[in-house]
Design a binder for this molecule. Sequence first.
Ligand code: ADP
Length: 365
Amino acid sequence: MLTLESLTAPAFRGFFENLGVGGVQISTDGRFLQVNRRFIELTGYPREELLQMRVGDLDHPDDREPDRERWDAFLTADAEYDVEKRYVRRDGSTIWVHVTAARIPMNGEQVTIAKTVEDVTERVLATHTLREREQRLREALAVKEEFLGMVSHELRTPLTVILGLANVVAKNGSSRAQVQRTVLEIRESAEHLASLLESMLVLARVGEEAPELEPILIDRVAHRAVDRHREVFPNRKISVKVRTSTPLVDGHEPWIAQVIANMLGNAEKYSPDNGRISVIVDREGTDVCVRVLDEGRGIAEEDMPHIFEAFYRAAHAVKDSGGLGLGLAVCKRLIDLQGGEVWAQAREAGGAEFGFSLPALDAED
Ligand code: ADP
């Protein structure tokens, strides 16, 4: 008769104890009856503790429920048990194991169960890493495709305008005043095209270092950006307030100018004609902050986490205005490269605040 004793007979014990994989013998009610050396190594528990434990105690909490179902199916429906799951070791670390189970028939009704347990952590983690890489690659490809689709559309629009208008000017018969007007329109479209290209180039320069940073009087950059904005939008109520006496930062002037211009451009685009735009330069601790405030529609809660992502546009923006969703991503990239931070928040009184901070140069002197 095959008994527990025969399973623990010296010849079998030696073989079982020295198996290269973890081995356990379990009663049908789930208690460990025998555990071998490799299993002890795998789990980090001493033999005496394991013999007080039950099958499932080692399972990772997230794997417990699915495993209980498979185990019940194995016990009651004669299903195969061949699974990969996680064990939590005694020291709290997690390992991946490949576990198979087989019944050991005993005389009469009773059976015990033998399990082999193999540490497959390395393989599983390698597979996960591969899968994650594959997923990232797929996402990058999807982004690239989306990018190409949008880019070709966005670039073609001003290009078509430029070509059409140039053809008009090329034909004789236009008055001098007409030619002048058309040339101005051509210039506007060409500028739009140039700024689109510039945005794309900024975002395509992955991991690039900032050029040598220099002391920049940020209030001067803000004033210039606002002057430029006034030239293009003369009817807009717009003001600059400088609340710090030392608005000097370490930065790259053309980049700071571009960030302020992008934020002003958005304030213009996303607020009503009679709304006021304010630019505030202020000191906060060791930083100089620039805030662009508007009285527009503000930012919806659900848009907030995505607003600085490339290509992200709120639903209202897609519906009401043109744009690629690159302006704020460019701001973030340029400010990141200068060691600063960008933010966006809804204003209590309505409207949006977009801002950035850069480390002040002088600290306290
Ligand atoms: P674009 O303006 O081309 O859509 P941006 O990256 O500049 O791209 O802006 C991303 C999105 O952030 C916009 O589509 C818009 O939904 C939102 N947004 C940006 N600026 C403002 C603002 N001042 N007020 C409200 N929403 C804004």
